[in-house]
Design a protein around this ligand. Structure first.
Ligand SMILES: [Zn+2]
Length: 241
C-alpha cells in the first residue's frame, strides 16, 4: 500500500492532515505522511497522530511491503486507532532537523573521500559512515577543517528526480555522481549540493536534507577507525554537542 510522501514536497513542514488506511500490530498506514521511514542509514521519524483529543504516540516509522509502504509504529500494546479516521500528524521536529543536518553533512564527507561509501548510520548527536578506502591519506583534523569550509560556504542543497531514460541519454551524469543510481525502478531521486560554479556532491538519495549547507552548523570528524584492509569508518559529531 502506498503513502504519498509529503516529506519530499515540504521537508520543513511538521504537521499534516491524513486519513488512516489501515491499522494493525505492524503499524498504521496513512494515505499521505510527513513521517520519514527508516532507510539509507537515516532513522524513521517519531511523533504523534491525533484524532479528536486522542493522541497516538509513534515510536518509529519503517517501510512495509515496499519503498512507498510506510508503517507508523505504535508503542507495544497501545490501542489501535479506527481505520478511516481523519488524523493530524505531528513529527518530532527537533530530532528530525538534527537528522537532516547530519545527513547533509554526510554528503559533504562523501565529496571529500575518494572511494565508495559502503554503509552508515545517522544519529541526532553523532553519525558514522564506512568507506571503501585504503589506510592512509585521511586525518580527522584536515577533514574537519574541509567540512566546515563547505558548511560555511552555505552551498544550496537541491533535490530532483532523474528517470532511467535521462540517465541512459546522459551517461556523463553517472560519472559525476558519487554513488551509482539503482536502475530499473523508473525514476530515482537525486540530491545536488553546490552552486552554478561548483559542484560539491551529486548522487541518488532518498533521505531528507537541509536546504543549504550553512544550516548544518559546525561539525567535527571525531574519529577515523580501521575496520579491515579496505574499510575506514568516519565518525561525525556536531561541534556544539
Ligand atoms: Zn542524502
Amino acid at each position: 500500500m502506498n503513502s504519498k510522501k509529503l516529506f519530499y514536497e515540504t521537508p520543513y513542514e511538521t504537521e499534516f492532515g491524513a486519513k488512516i488506511v489501515s491499522a494493525d500490530e505492524n503499524g498504521i498506514r496513512l494515505d499521505q505522511t510527513m513521517f520519514y521511514a527508516t532507510s539509507g542509514g537515516q532513522p524513521g521519524d517519531t511523533g504523534t497522530l491525533t484524532i479528536a483529543n486522542e493522541n497516538y504516540k509513534i515510536v518509529t516509522t519503517r517501510k512495509g511491503e515496499g519503498a512507498d509502504d510506510i508503517l507508523h509504529v505504535l508503542e507495544e500494546g497501545a490501542p489501535l486507532p479506527p481505520v478511516g479516521a481523519e488524523v493530524t500528524g505531528q513529527i518530532d521536529w527537533e530530532t528530525r532537523h538534527k537528522y537532516m543536518r547530519m545527513h547533509t553533512s554526510m554528503h559533504l564527507l562523501c565529496s571529500l573521500i575518494e572511494g565508495y561509501a559502503t554503509g552508515g548510520q545517522i544519529g541526532a548527536e553523532k553519525s558514522r559512515v564506512d568507506f571503501d578506502v585504503p589506510a592512509s591519506g585521511y586525518d580527522k583534523e584536515t577533514l574537519t577543517r574541509q567540512m566546515n569550509e563547505l558548511i560555511e560556504a552555505d552551498y544550496p542543497v537541491v533535490s530532483g528526480w532523474i528517470t532511467d531514460e535521462e540517465l541512459e541519454a546522459n551517461p556523463q551524469l553517472i560519472r559525476t555522481m558519487s554513488v551509482k543510481p539503482p536502475s530499473g525502478s523508473g525514476k530515482v531521486r537525486t540530491i545536488r549540493i553546490g552552486d552554478e560554479q561548483t559542484l560539491i556532491d551529486f548522487q541518488p538519495c532518498g533521505g531528507t536534507h537541509v536546504k543549504s549547507t550553512g544550516e548544518i552548523g559546525p561539525v567535527v570528524v571525531s574519529k577515523i577507525e580501521n575496520k579491515g584492509k579496505q574499510n575506514r569508518r568516519f565518525h561525525i559529531m556536531f561541534a556544539d554537542s
